[in-house]
Write a protein that binds this ligand. Structure first.
Ligand code: FES
Length: 185
């Protein structure tokens, strides 16, 4: 057992848990936070996704000892934020959104990409899904660019194929424009 201290959805908490207990189980069993992990086989669905620091992670694969002192955001909390309203507006504007099964996970992946994109404006040709184009789309900051493989890895964390990479890219670019315009960065 370890005494785990972490920040969950802006609240700092401490609890005693087995050091190998996965975050998904901690959320469900110890904190009464429901995340959609039903019908998952072999840790493949990707629907248990949360944001750990600024990174999207599969909560069923993160043991308690890796959470010490970390900040975690679940969809439940995220959906109360201005950032979520920005993404929701974008889904409506594009008439394009994840299916109900992966909605929470894909929305958090999009949020993690937007957190990295920050203030960088994207003005590439949206028809060109090139390496350069995706790299710019999730530019970490002015100095540290995230490479194409990282982008693809984030997309592939969720196995549902209801949206294509191009759909996701369009959502990220339009949501970023909206954030810049409304100053909700
Ligand atoms: S519950 Fe399916 S990948 Fe985590």
């Amino acid at each position: 057992m370890i005494k785990l201290s972490m920040k969950l959805n802006k609240t700092t908490l401490e609890l005693f848990v087995d050091e190998m207990k996965p975050l998904s189980q901690i959320l469900y069993e110890d904190l009464d936070i429901d995340i959609p992990i039903r019908n998952c086989s072999h840790n493949y669905c990707g629907n248990c996704l949360v944001i750990l620091e600024k990174e999207p992670v599969l909560s069923c694969l993160v043991p308690a000892y890796k959470l010490q002192g970390k900040t975690i955001t679940t969809f439940d909390s995220f959906k109360q934020s201005a950032h979520y309203r920005n993404i929701r507006r974008t889904y409506d504007a594009l008439n394009c959104e994840p299916c109900p099964i992966c909605y929470e996970a894909k929305t958090l992946i999009i949020e993690s990409m937007l957190l990295k994109a920050k203030t960088k404006r994207i003005d590439n040709n949206i028809d060109d899904l090139s390496r350069k184009f995706l790299t710019k789309a999730i530019d970490d900051d002015e100095k540290n660019q995230i490479d194409f493989e990282t982008a693809q890895r984030e997309f592939s964390l969720n196995s549902c194929d209801c949206l294509t990479s191009k759909d996701l890219y369009n959502i990220v670019t339009k949501a970023l424009d909206d954030r810049i315009k409304r100053r909700v960065l």
